[in-house]
Design a protein around this ligand. Structure first.
Ligand SMILES: Cc1ncc(COP(=O)(O)O)c(C=O)c1O
Length: 392
């Protein structure tokens, strides 16, 4: 790597060049893929129910825009809470069967700003920082939130437990049982990269025993799992449930479902809620329509999971490793990042879009192709993609 001197006029460009070269050398360089021609088969997006193009959502979005304009004009606390905003939250809370819902601009923003607020709650009321017990595979936005809780003098304690290993979690909870501060157990109900499920029943038992609080990210479960597609987290057992509007709901935003008191607290303390312009009317319109539509999509959910099972069966027949997937998200383990890219390109050329996911998004040596099912796919598409994929 070239040495960069701060006295050099071009030191910033040189530093960037050096950092990018380093990234390229490890095979982990990221670039935004070119959009594919229309007509490709989508096995990459999180638009599981194809709601992003659903006529009912589009119509509702247009109506809200025509009535209210294209922008929210400010933060919710100043001017951004237009008519109908809280009705959408109430409808979502009713769908999830929780006391309340608070809308954030994205799932990332919600996780990244709720955790520091929870740390602040612990600091203010218990005079001790929070303890975040997090699954090793928790989404980057939760890690961001936990890390942001380490600024300042009351640094949250972050304890990572092995993926879905409740024995490991229990040993950490036991070790910290005398430590002051609020304890939060954080996980995803359906994991975004491995497509497996958390053992929510075991987590509930642990949280009850150790007087901890459960925070479940349902980004990939809402709309698809549980009664009416309302997700896997039971609101009587889980205090904080995050759903995103950006996956099965087809557009954007995130709902944090909780008690009314938690909602009030976050309105006061979550920086990503307070200091950001709220979502535009078009998104509210689409979220309202999606919330109304989701309970009626049982047939679509069944089709999606049928396709996923068929895909897994065919992968197994060919000898591919799909890890512990049991949802619409199906990883295919490749290990070598460059090989994952080559295979992704081969699939692209054949008209299939899928993701090549490499470290640090996933742990070292677990580069993979990430396939996702959506309701527009047919059985024949699965057979065709398996043919192109070949054998390991
Ligand atoms: C588990 C999980 N949480 C949160 C997010 C962030 O959601 P959004 O895309 O709405 O920012 C994602 C999206 O990738 C996710 O997979």
């Amino acid at each position: 790597m070239p040495s960069v001197k701060l006295s050099d006029m071009n030191f910033l460009n040189q530093a960037l060049e050096a950092a990018l070269t380093k990234r390229q050398e490890t095979g982990l360089f990221r670039k935004i893929p070119e959009p594919l021609e229309t007509g490709y088969i989508d096995l990459a997006s999180n638009d599981y129910l194809n709601l992003s193009k659903h006529p009912f959502l589009k119509q509702s979005s247009i109506e809200w825009t025509q009535k209210l304009g294209v922008g929210a004009t400010g933060s919710r606390l100043i001017s951004g809470s237009f008519l109908g905003y809280s009705e959408v939250e109430k409808a979502f809370a009713a769908f999830k069967k929780t006391e309340s819902a608070l809308l954030f601009n994205s799932g990332w923003q919600a996780n990244a700003s709720i955790l520091p607020a929870l740390n602040e709650l612990s600091r203010q009321i218990f005079s001790a920082p929070a303890l975040f017990f997090m699954d090793k595979l928790c989404h980057a936005s939760m890690i961001q939130g936990a890390n942001a809780s380490q600024a300042g003098h009351a640094k949250a304690k972050i304890l990572r437990f092995r993926h879905n290993d409740t024995d490991h979690l229990q040993s950490l909870l036991e070790r910290e049982k005398e430590t002051k501060g609020l304890k939060f157990i954080l996980t995803e109900s359906i994991f975004s990269m491995d497509g497996d499920r958390a053992n929510l029943k075991a987590l509930f038992e642990l949280k009850t025993h150790y007087q901890a609080i459960l925070y479940i990210d349902e980004a990939h479960a809402t709309g698809l799992f549980g009664a009416n597609g309302a997700g896997l987290a039971n609101p009587e057992e889980v205090e904080l449930i995050l759903s995103t509007g950006s996956k099965a709901m087809g557009s954007a935003g995130a709902f944090l479902c909780s008690s009314q008191k938690m909602r009030k607290f976050l309105i006061n303390m979550a920086s990503g809620f307070i200091y950001s312009t709220s979502l535009p009317p078009a998104i509210l319109g689409s979220l309202q329509a999606a919330t109304a539509l989701l309970p009626n999509l049982a047939k679509e959910r069944k089709h999606l999971l049928f396709l996923a099972q068929k895909f897994r069966n065919q992968l197994a027949e060919k000898g591919w490793n799909y890890l512990t997937s049991e949802s619409q998200i199906i990883p295919v383990l490749i290990k070598d990042p460059e090989k994952a890219l080559r295979l992704r390109d081969k699939l692209n050329k054949a008209g299939f879009r899928c993701g090549a996911i490499r470290p640090p998004t996933v742990p070292p040596h677990t580069a993979r192709l990430r396939f996702t099912m959506n309701t527009a796919l047919e059985e024949q598409d699965i057979e065709n993609v398996i043919k192109v994929l070949g054998t390991p």
